[in-house]
Design a protein around this ligand. Structure first.
Ligand code: GTP
Ligand code: MG
Length: 201
């Protein structure tokens, strides 16, 4: 699949105010600064679509982008950015949790491919599991290190998951810088869109 149209639709501070629709939606969730908004721009080939920043905490609202007039990409604020202050962190955590539980979306969880497994990500995955929310993993910023290092890091993360999970989620390696993973992620979304359509028939 390729993207032929990508439009910003709306930003919301509350999950219950998001568009009322039955189109499939893919939520980009993960720690602040991991590269969620950049990936939206990379996938849509529009560097100005989602707001990005070198400083963590850029995205503060739930942003819906309509793709090919058929499905949504949803950019969410990042979790775990301590400098926002405890109150703001809790507010954002609640917003993400409420969004995930209230909307029927596919959760794409973003992990920085350069880091050792982070407790905050593992806890979020555990929470997804407890609530029966399916998800996929996107390991970002692969251009920042060698292919070998990225692979080793991804394997360490997956090995940690294997301690708790019998089956591993679909996972992708990405770089918004050099477009790594673009086709794989879009093909995966196409496949999910197709199976959702079949289920609805
Ligand atoms: P929040 O909105 O704060 O949650 O952050 P975010 O996850 O949306 O991150 P964002 O896309 O704004 O990117 C954060 C920083 O990382 C920016 O300076 C990006 O240019 C950079 N960045 C994102 N993806 C990549 C990547 O694949 N490679 C490299 N080298 N830099 C990246
Ligand atoms: Mg962002």
């Amino acid at each position: 699949m390729d993207i032929t149209s990508a439009e910003f639709v709306v930003s919301n501070s509350r999950a219950d105010m998001c568009p009322q629709t039955h189109l499939p939606e893919y939520a980009f969730i993960g720690r602040s600064n991991v590269g969620k908004s950049s990936l939206i721009n990379m996938l849509t080939k529009n560097p100005k679509l989602a707001m990005t920043s070198a400083t963590p905490g850029k995205t503060l609202l739930i942003n819906h982008f309509l793709i090919n007039k058929e499905w949504y990409l949803v950019d969410l604020p990042g979790y775990g950015y301590a400098q926002r202050g405890k109150k703001m962190m809790e507010k954002i955590q609640k917003l993400i949790e409420y969004y995930v539980l209230e909307r029927e979306q596919m959760t794409c969880l973003f992990i920085d491919s350069r880091l050792e497994p982070q407790r905050i990500d593992l806890e979020f995955i555990e929470w997804l599991g407890e609530n029966g929310i399916p998800f996929s993993l996107i390991f970002t910023k692969a251009d920042k290190q060698s292919v070998g290092k990225t692979k080793a890091s991804v394997n360490r993360f997956l090995d940690t998951l294997k301690e708790q999970w019998e089956e591993l989620p679909p996972h992708f390696i990405s770089s918004s810088e050099n477009k790594t993973g673009r086709q794989e992620i879009l093909d995966y979304i196409e496949q999910v869109n197709r199976s959702l359509k079949e289920q609805a028939e």
